[in-house]
Design a binder for this molecule. Structure first.
Ligand code: F6R
Length: 260
């Protein structure tokens, strides 16, 4: 695990974009795993700039997003499909046929029976199969929740889990309420890649910024590997890079860190 600390959010984002762009230049049909949330917005802005100003070519790139809320249609302004379109896809030359964001609408989902809803189960299996059909994810971008979650794998998620439905914790719903009119509108469930799915990616790139993430980053990098901090599983990955700003690095012991 390599931890790279950069001065601020902008430098963190540029470092991450540099890593992703170098992988695309090396392999034009890169299978790129993407995340949503506030953290990767700067990375996406820089990738857009690299596309517009330096000709970074996305025409053969294939993407898989980590997760999506259940119950929001793709055109809902808080759906992750919409987020990806607004913050990245509409600005670059990606082929829409190569874009995969988990589906959040599965006909009439009755939440009391969601776990056994055959439509969702079939979708989750399809998503896993689709990732395999493209030869697996080459590099997966990740954020980290203040509680240590990756994608919507909340603390306690099985470390071997696959794409499935998860119930969001109250903490995650509160954290994400800032994007909705009220907390009542924040969905209670999400479809998410599992920790096992994420770990099969050939390379992982986790980003974190701000002091609000410092404890989670410390637990992920220096703590025991435990399902109570899903991001700690990155310690077991042969190629995991963590790029953080100084705020998110604040609690790290110096010997773990590379100030390049
Ligand atoms: C989003 C995702 C989440 C976020 C995490 C951090 O696709 O998988 O795990 O990465 O909740 O969110 P932000 O970046 O908004 O702090």
């Amino acid at each position: 695990m390599l931890v790279v600390v950069r001065e601020n959010y902008d430098a963190m984002s540029k470092e991450a974009a540099h890593i992703v762009a170098s992988r695309i230049r090396k392999k034009p049909n890169l299978v790129l795993g993407l995340a949503t949330g506030s953290t990767p917005i700067g990375l996406y802005k820089e990738l857009i700039r690299l596309h517009k100003e330096e000709g970074l070519d996305f025409s053969k790139v294939v993407t898989f997003n980590l997760d999506e809320y259940i119950g929001l249609p793709p055109n809902h302004d808080q759906s992750y499909a919409y987020f990806m379109w607004e913050n990245l896809f509409k600005h670059i030359n990606i082929n829409p046929a190569n874009v995969h964001v988990p589906q959040g609408m599965h006909g009439e989902v009755r939440f009391t029976t969601y776990e056994t809803d055959p439509k969702i189960e079939a979708f989750c299996q399809w998503y896993e199969d689709e990732i395999k059909r493209y030869g697996g994810i080459d590099i997966q971008v990740l954020g980290i929740g203040a509680n240590g979650h990756i994608a919507f794998n909340e603390p306690g998620s099985s470390l071997g889990s696959r794409t499935r439905v998860k119930t969001l914790t109250e903490k995650t719903r509160q954290d994400n309420a800032r994007f909705f009119k009220s907390i009542d509108e924040v969905p209670k469930y999400a479809v998410t890649m599992g920790i096992g799915t994420i770990m099969e990616s050939k390379e992982l790139l986790l980003l974190a910024n701000g002091e609000g993430k410092a404890k989670a980053v410390k637990a992920a990098v220096e703590g025991p590997v435990t399902a109570m901090c899903p991001a700690s599983v990155l310690q077991l990955h042969p190629k995991a890079i963590i790029v953080v700003d100084k705020g998110a690095a604040a609690d790290l012991a110096a010997e773990f860190v590379y100030y390049g």
